[in-house]
Design a protein around this ligand. Sequence first.
Ligand SMILES: Nc1ncnc2c1ncn2[C@@H]1O[C@H](COP(=O)(O)OP(=O)(O)OP(=O)(O)O)[C@@H](O)[C@H]1O
Ligand SMILES: [Mg+2]
Length: 513
Amino acid sequence: MPEDGVILQVKNISKSFGGIRAVDNMSLDLHRGEILGIIGPNGSGKTSLLNLISGFVEKDSGKVFFKGKDITDWSAHKIADAGLARTFQIVRPYPTLPAFKNIIPALYSPRSRRGAKGSLGDRDAVAVDLLEDVGFERDARVPYKLAGTLPLGYLKRLELARCLAMTPELIICDEIFSGLSMAEIAGMVPLIERLQMQGITLIMIEHRLRELFRVANRVLVMNFGEKLAEGVPGEVMADEKVKKAYLGEEVKEVAVRRARPEGKALLEIKNLMLFYENALAVNNISLECREGQITGVFGSNSAGKSSLMYTISGIILDVKKKEEMRGGERITWFGEMRFNGEDILRLKPDERARRGIILCPERRRIFAESSTLENLKIGGYLARHDRAKTMEYVFELFPELKKLKGRQGGFLSGGEQQMLAIGRALMAQPKLLLLDEPLLGLAPAVEVRLAQAIRDINRDLGVTILVSEQYARPVLPAVDHCYVLENGGVVFEGSPEEFQNNPDVMGAYFGGL
Ligand SMILES: Nc1ncnc2c1ncn2[C@@H]1O[C@H](COP(=O)(O)OP(=O)(O)OP(=O)(O)O)[C@@H](O)[C@H]1O
Ligand SMILES: [Mg+2]
């Protein structure tokens, strides 16, 4: 029996998947009312640990106690009914339902005090309130938008609202900060503090360390399925083992300049407009990607980054499907778009891919049923030469993927999926590589490696790159030219130096040190 004040006790749990020990003899005690942060490299077993605790995956061995009861063999729903709620790292909302309707099933939980016994209308109202609590702007009618049309930042918060609907005593959050802008996180921190004041215990799995340390009382570091370190944030971060396994080298130098080759414009966009029904998503954007260069597009959630990427790759042209996903909203666009001098605005996505425009989409979109190797081979379908060499290059870039060749894509960890999505795009041997928020969910050391990799890909393979991120900091050392988007329009354009010398954009879009 766990001692007093301990709400959750994990004792020596282990789980292997096909020879890999995802969780290896892990134990932890969680005190009622505390916030425990869990960090660790991609694939170190954090999500697997959560899956084992919450009953989503069967344990090979070990025990779990919640509020003094042995819940080791309980089903996931029985554990949830006992007051242990969880979020999902890879969000899967009901895309064609309004956001607030996604909360309704959770309101039927036997624990739900709010709304469950009321009429349908009452339940809807409670669901909207819960979304408002996590920052869905009611005035802008965000709770009523179809879940499939919302940026990731909202979907992460929708996950939390779904947990709150069940009136939990313990919530385990799997990377709810990733994909959120700094302003959105700043809005979430008081909410998390409030939950703690109400006596709710939290475990937060995160890669956004600065933000995590604002709320966590204690941090546990995992590596290769095991506990590497545990303690207060300051102690843990000073630990040499943690630095080596997780943090990698620090980036001190931000602006790394090099001679800018003045190539011709490979991609030229002029006065591009894109509407979803009457809402303007891309507002009169003119943008160029010069051959051989890396162009950065920075802007917060909803600034228009993904809409721009989809318009360039042509995926937006799959209009019928997109319109269905958006609840029948009409999609219209006009303007000019040239690739290598050719007008491509009316070309289908596959015709653009054949010309070398390859998208690595936000939220990865890898083929969940296919193996890592198959995902890469699918990516290489259009590659004309040296496929094996390109694959070698991908494995050099992401050695993690090599040992996961046979694993089904859907079972990879969040960060491993991100690496696979980038690898799959490279396999197509792009001329213009579109990277939409490539750093999402990557551990700090991998983040640094990826920023370097973007430069290497550009230099070694001669690929022109357009990369979007919420904040400039991690990729600024790599880019030659950058744009900042707000409300679908360009509010700044210039070199990295000009960006850094402009206090307005630097303050708003750099992303802290
Ligand atoms: N159901 C599964 N089947 C097979 N392998 C799995 C399964 N779930 C996880 N794995 C593997 O177990 C290892 C640990 O994955 P896990 O998702 O727990 O990592 P993580 O620490 O959450 O990483 P990230 O920070 O990237 O999300 C990975 O190598 C992953 O590929
Ligand atoms: Mg994970």
